[in-house]
Each structure stands twice: as C-alpha cells, then as structure tokens.
Write a protein that binds this ligand. Structure first.
Ligand SMILES: Nc1ncnc2c1ncn2[C@@H]1O[C@H](COP(=O)(O)OP(=O)(O)OP(=O)(O)O)[C@@H](O)[C@H]1O
Ligand SMILES: [Mg+2]
Length: 335
C-alpha cells in the first residue's frame, strides 16, 4: 500500500469516529415480539410417533433480547424495551433476570409466545417453529415507542427481528426517522418488507444474511464478489454500513472506508440459533468501543463463532470471543 492510500485510510478512520461520537455508549433495544424458546434434542423425529427428548432447555428468546444479552457479555450498557404477556411473560422475566442491564417491560393481555426448536441427533437437522405473540393495544405501543425513541436518540437504537402480525411493516422505517431526528444512530436486522421500508429511511447499519440480501436484490448471489458488489451498492445508496453474514463462510462489512471480508474461524457447531444476533451485538460493541472497521468485523465474526459452539439459544462466552477474535482473518476486497 503506498503512502497516499495510507493517508486516505487514516482520514477515513477519523471520519468514522466523527460519525460515532465517543459518548454513544448507550444502546436501546426494542423487542415487541419476544418468546420463550424451548429446545429439545431427540435421537430421531418420525411422523406419527412420539419422540422422547434427550435434553430440554428453556431460554429467553427474541432477537432484541439476544442482542442485549450479547452486549452485556461485551460490557456494553443497554436499555431493553420488551412487551410481555400472561404467565409465559412472567417466565420470560424470570429467565431474563441477570441477563440484561435495564429492562422496561410493557405488560399486555394474552400470553408471550413460545418458540420450539428440535435438534435431531441422527441427521444433525434443526427444526424450528415460531409461535404467535399477543397484540399490543395502540396506547401502550405509543408509550413504549416514545420511551424507546427518547433513549435511542442518545446512542444506538436497535430494531431487529419480527413484529407482531398486526403491526405495520413500515414501523421500523418510522422509528429510524424519529431516532435520527432525536440524534441517535440505528441498527436494523430484519427482512422482507420491513427491511425494504427501513432502507428508504437510511439507517446507520443493516445486517442481512445472504438470503435476506438476495431477497432484497431479487436474485441469487452465488459468489462473495457478487455479495460484496451488491452490499456496496446498497451502502452507497442508503446506509453507512452493510454487514452481510455468510454463516460458516464468515461475513462481509462494507462502509465509507472499505469493503472487508472475514473468514469464519473453524469451530465445532452445536446450534446456530442466535449467531446472527451475536454478530449484531459484536458490531455494535465494536462501534461503541470506537474500533477500526476491520476490528469491528473481527469482533462480530468471533461473537458469531462463539455462539455456534453453544447449545440451544445460549450465546457466546466473553472469554471465547476474546480468544477467537485476534485470529479472525480479514481480507480487503478493494472494491
Ligand atoms: N458454522 C459456523 N462456523 C463459524 N462461524 C459461524 C458459523 N455459522 C455462523 N457463524 C458466524 O455467525 C455469523 C452469523 O451467522 P449467520 O450468517 O448464520 O446469521 P443469520 O442467518 O442472521 O443467523 P440467525 O439465524 O441467528 O438470524 C456468521 O457471519 C459467522 O461469522
Ligand atoms: Mg438473522
């Protein structure tokens, strides 16, 4: 790399630090549709036959909750805004004790949903069923969102996962505009229409996986180069940063400075549930710590790899991430 490029890079890094001011240390997370996650391990699943579980786990579920749990392990302070209902909601609150920093619960009528994952040992296959959550009365939704926006306006606002079926897919887009107006930055991890609308509101960062990006652009992206090209295009048009997660192939981060590809460390996979949320936590922690784009990606990929080594929806351990991160190989794609 010649000295002119080196200089350009230093200026880019200074620019990025201006984008994320140092005091942006608070993170507000919205979880409108949380769940109790039940994970069964069975030897084999056969139609019309009862399968006896070898193990059963109960975990708190919901993307915003997972990102918050990940951030706590990375020593980043968070405020979580969570809708709960009924007895399953009480169980969720109990399961969440000590896993999050500050939690604002909005209680509604009905029951918090239950999601099921079945891990079939013989085939290594994973089956997932997502439940239906309660609807949120408009006045309660308004209060919750107003409080969330106020908090997110002082740091990052994280909009991730699905919304209850009766809420508009434009909600995230509206919240992005409100959070930006309040002075905050937004991180979005969602799909389909909600992602399409969110893009138009120009969030700070999006984290689609390869399939979500393919759906967004309307065709398959079989090579890393094609993924990079399309992610770069989206970044230029709509957002500061696009991170595309590529499962066992690693991830790509494109932003104002560069386009980087990280190779995922080779690890023993127990369950991939929560890998994407862990990656989002790693990305946010990287920005909050003011890291360089390559170190942000390194941290995010290490968080994902740390989580796939854990059973059920259990997330990475901080020590594992610290050990994995320095070894994550990063390549600059030069596009
Ligand atoms: N088998 C694996 N080995 C190593 N790292 C992995 C593996 N699977 C996932 N990861 C890491 O976790 C990151 C996120 O995983 P993935 O691409 O599956 O996200 P996702 O599809 O959004 O997941 P989720 O189902 O949690 O939403 C990957 O970019 C990678 O860094
Ligand atoms: Mg995901």
């Amino acid at each position: 790399m010649n000295s002119q490029n080196m200089m350009g890079k230093q200026e880019d890094e200074a620019d990025r630090k201006k984008i994320v001011p140092k005091d942006f240390a608070t993170v507000a997370l919205l979880t409108l549709n949380p769940a109790i996650d039940i994970t069964y391990t069975v030897p084999r699943l056969i139609a019309d036959q009862k399968a006896h579980a070898l193990t059963t786990r109960f975990d708190p579920g919901g993307n915003g909750i997972n990102v918050g749990r990940g951030l706590k392990r990375l020593d980043v302070t968070t405020d979580s805004y969570i809708v709960t209902a009924g007895e399953t909601g009480h169980l969720l609150t109990r399961l969440l004790a000590h896993h999050l920093d500050i939690v604002h619960y909005e209680r509604v009528t009905g029951e918090t949903r239950i999601n099921g994952t079945i891990l079939e040992q013989e085939s290594g296959s994973q089956y997932e069923v997502s439940g239906i959550g309660p609807s949120i009365p408009p006045s309660q939704l308004k209060t919750l969102l107003d409080n969330f926006v106020t908090r997110a306006g002082r740091g990052f606002g994280v909009l991730t996962g699905s919304m209850p079926a009766d809420i508009s897919t434009e909600l995230y887009a509206e919240l992005i505009l409100r959070i930006h107006e309040a002075g905050g930055l937004t991180v979005v991890d969602t799909h389909h229409e909600a992602l399409r609308h969110a893009l138009a509101a120009r969030p700070f960062l999006i984290k689609p996986n390869r399939h979500e990006l393919e759906t967004l652009v309307g065709h398959e992206l079989p090579t890393i180069e094609l993924v990079a090209e399309h992610a770069r295009h989206i970044a230029r048009q709509y957002v500061q940063y696009v991170c595309v997660s590529l499962g066992s192939e690693g991830a790509l981060l494109t932003g104002p400075e560069d386009t980087l590809y990280a190779i995922a460390p080779k690890v023993e996979v127990q369950s991939t549930v929560g890998a994407g949320d862990s990656m989002v936590a790693g990305l946010i922690a990287g920005f909050v710590r003011g890291l360089s784009s390559s170190d942000i990606l390194r941290l995010a990929v290490a968080c994902g790899a740390g989580t796939v080594q854990q059973p059920g929806t259990e997330l990475f351990m901080a020590d594992t991430v610290a050990a994995l991160a320095p070894a994550v190989e990063i390549r600059e794609l030069g596009i």
